[in-house]
Design a protein around this ligand. Structure first.
Ligand SMILES: Nc1ncnc2c1ncn2[C@@H]1O[C@H](COP(=O)(O)OP(=O)(O)OP(=O)(O)O)[C@@H](O)[C@H]1O
Ligand SMILES: [Mg+2]
Length: 250
């Protein structure tokens, strides 16, 4: 049976797209067939994080506007034969609501036909203006937050909306600085988890190699000596239903 995982946040720039791409790649490495959709219809990034932005022609906007077929826009997201991507639109659409509805309808069709083990949606940030549409009943919504008070507040609001929509909701805290946790200048992890009020899926350290990987067109999980790659692998294992001990890096 296919599983739908939705990567969301209240606050922008917290690492959703980085998580969506690396989660997809780690699931593919586990032998699962994976397809990721870029749901950001204004600022598509997922193909860039996969490093394939120059190797595809068609995107979901082209399918929506009739310039190509859906199968033309399902592209390989790297070397793996198991890993696919439907890129977000390069050109702005005149019908944003129609395009959003189309992406969701397409993702649900993939979910129903069972061709892929995992379908991953990389959402735009925000709350209260359409983000709830992505919180599909029965899906797994991963709320991403960074360890700062504004991000934690926004994660609370997002998690509540996802929960109200009937999704299974879990939390990933990204960009944790071990030193700040140790010296108490970052909010305590237990307090973050308590205040967001949802189960913890994973903790990801601040990793200076993330932007280095991005600029080299590589995923962080393909970078040697990356501090965060084990966290992504653990999150993928949990998404795949395997119990994995929490990786403590401080
Ligand atoms: N663990 C990390 N350590 C260091 N940098 C990170 C980490 N995770 C993400 N980043 C960096 O943070 C920036 C934002 O990441 P990303 O684009 O994944 O966020 P986003 O939540 O998808 O943003 P948006 O809300 O705009 O869609 C990028 O430059 C990325 O390389
Ligand atoms: Mg993003």
């Amino acid at each position: 049976m296919s599983r739908l995982t939705v990567v969301a946040s209240g606050k922008g720039g917290v690492g959703k797209t980085t998580l969506a791409a690396n989660l997809a790649a780690c699931l593919a490495k586990r032998g699962k067939k994976v397809i990721a959709f870029d749901c950001d219809i204004y600022l598509k990034n997922l193909d860039i994080v996969f490093g394939v932005q120059n190797s595809h022609i068609w995107d979901i906007g082209d399918v929506f506007e009739g310039r190509c077929k859906l199968e033309d826009a399902v592209i390989k997201a790297g070397d793996s034969d198991n890993l696919f991507l439907v890129a977000g639109p390069l050109r702005a659409t005149e019908n944003p609501q129609g395009l959003t509805d189309f992406i969701l309808k397409t993702a649900k069709e993939f979910l129903a036909n069972g061709e892929y083990d995992h379908i991953i949606l990389d959402c735009p940030s925000g709350a209260g203006h359409g983000i709830e549409e992505y919180f599909i009943r029965g899906s797994h919504v991963i709320v991403v937050a960074t360890p700062d008070l504004t991000s934690i507040h926004d994660a609370q609001v997002t998690a509540a909306a996802a929960y109200a929509a009937g999704a299974d909701v879990s939390l990933v805290v990204n960009r944790i600085r071990a030193k700040s946790v140790e010296d108490g200048t970052s909010p305590d992890m237990d307090e973050i988890i308590d205040s967001v009020g949802i189960k913890l899926l994973g903790l990801i350290p601040e990793d200076g190699k993330t932007s280095e990987a991005l600029n080299a067109g590589k995923l962080i999980t393909d970078i040697k000596r990356s501090r965060s790659k084990k966290s992504y692998a653990n999150i993928a294992a949990r998404v795949d239903g395997e119990f994995t001990e929490l990786y403590r890096f401080w």
